[in-house]
Write a protein that binds this ligand. Structure first.
Ligand code: ATP
Ligand code: MG
Ligand code: MG
Ligand code: MG
Length: 426
């Protein structure tokens, strides 16, 4: 089996903080070799970064599948005619990238995909028996942001999980909305994040009922207003009903004169928007004629919701939440590797190979720093990559039969014999 060694891995050599980075996540993603900037707001994902992106996708996918949502894949390019039909073609403005093909037909690089999903559904389902339907995809989007910045957090091309639900009645569609809300909260929780859901306005997507999900962080671009009780992380809250009656508003929804929370109890914070869900009834199904006949013969517009998670933005948001001055501190569920292995003297290479193989056999994803670097350089790199555990082999400890293990997040160190170590980590 192949051992993942830094000597044969693809890692760029950036000693210093890149000058364009103004936030921790942008800096560490470039410096640790997760991404490269290709052109403003557009990134290439290198092997290390792609591993994290894929793990985030897997968590999101599992939680969507668990509520019965079905994965599919819509194209990135869409015909402008669909957007004219929904009435959004002109509203979307300069953020939408429009492309003329060789026949002079206009395509858009999808900034979102309500129209495409409505079109898919209206073309193949006539009977009420096909519903409810909850479809999603994880696909690249493009928005020509006026100020791309903070690396992947405000890119122009970015990965979004977007889902669209179709129900026969408003009541059923609100139940779907609640299921997606829970799946979102569970997804963020599994990534180690504490995320606050807030009531939101519906913006250009439109509709009548909406929540935004935010990671509280100083570098966030949104202003949040919420009751301090939400800072209590001891109670995991996943359901819409767990938040009912607790004041939490994004900037545009916050009305100081109507806020029931006393000032000393009101948190005013910055947030990174990692998800956004809408219930909007027939806003798209009416103009686009997505209708079905009910059992009793009556024709109704489908009731819809749409649900988005910023998959690539989450990579940055997690780093904003978990880093220190030396680098990243990955939560174990989405770390590119669980453990970084290093040997500090050349003579210990065979021992390191043996430890690697035992870890691999135990299913622990390991990156081995095997290059001829100084111990200090190895420690610095390991801390920057932020793998949750480090295993350090040195001659001093080897004589005592010990492996040194460092927990990146806490800095705690343990000394174990190999068998003990394997038992501890499993
Ligand atoms: P923002 O307020 O940050 O501009 P948005 O409200 O325009 O985001 P939505 O239309 O709600 O975004 O899209 C769903 C999700 O896609 C957002 O919650 C966010 O996580 C992500 N997203 C939106 N724009 C970007 C971007 N430029 N780069 C990365 N992720 C983005
Ligand atoms: Mg936006
Ligand atoms: Mg927004
Ligand atoms: Mg939004």
């Amino acid at each position: 089996m192949i051992r993942m060694k830094t000597s044969s891995y693809f890692l760029p050599d950036l000693r210093d903080a890149p000058s364009e980075a103004t936030t921790a996540s942008h800096r560490w993603m470039l410096q640790s070799g997760m991404i490269q900037s290709t052109v403003s707001g557009i990134f290439t994902w290198l092997p290390l970064g792609l591993r994290v992106l894929e793990k985030i996708k897997t968590i999101i996918r599992q939680e969507q599948n668990a509520i019965g949502a079905l994965e599919m894949l819509a194209p990135t390019l869409q015909p402008a005619t669909l957007w004219q039909e929904s009435g959004r073609y002109d509203d979307y403005g300069l953020e939408m990238l429009r492309i003329n093909d060789r026949h002079d037909r206009v395509l858009v690089y999808g900034p979102t995909a309500e129209e495409v999903f409505v079109d898919v559904v209206r073309r193949c389902v006539q009977s009420y028996k096909s519903f409810p339907l909850n479809l999603y995809n994880i696909q690249w989007k493009f928005r020509d942001e006026i100020r791309p910045r903070f690396g992947v957090m405000r890119g122009r091309e970015f990965l979004m999980k977007d889902g669209y639900s179709f129900d026969l009645t408003e009541k059923a569609s609100k139940i779907t909305y609640r299921n997606v809300f829970r799946a979102y909260m569970r997804s963020f929780y599994r990534m180690g994040l504490s995320v606050i859901p807030l009531q939101a306005t519906t913006g250009p997507i439109g509709g009548d009922f909406s929540h935004e999900f935010h990671v509280v962080a100083q570098t966030g671009e949104s202003a949040l207003y919420y009751d301090a009780v939400l800072d209590d992380r001891n109670v995991p809250r996943f359901e819409v009903s767990d938040f009912q009656g607790i004041y939490a508003m994004v900037d545009e929804k916050h009305a100081p004169e109507q806020c029931p929370v006393p000032l000393n109890q009101l948190r005013v914070a910055r947030g990174i928007e990692v998800g956004h869900i809408f219930h909007f009834g027939d806003k798209y199904s009416a103009p686009m004629n997505a209708q079905v006949f009910l059992k009793e013969g009556r024709k109704v517009n489908l009731q819809m919701g749409s649900y988005g998670i910023g998959v690539s933005r989450l990579v940055g948001a997690v780093i904003e939440a978990f880093h220190d001055e030396r680098g990243i501190q990955w939560p174990i569920s989405i770390a590119p590797f669980s453990l970084g292995l290093m040997h500090l003297q050349e003579s210990l290479e065979p021992e390191a190979a043996h430890v690697y193989d035992r870890l691999q056999a135990a299913g622990i994803e390991t990156l081995w720093e095997d290059r001829p670097l100084s111990s200090g350089e190895k420690f610095a790199l390991m801390d920057m990559w932020g793998l949750p555990f480090q295993a350090i082999l040195s001659e001093k400890n080897h004589h005592k039969g010990h492996i040194e293990v460092k927990i990146r997040r806490t800095g705690e160190r343990h000394f174990f014999a190999l068998e003990e170590f394997l038992q501890w980590i499993l």
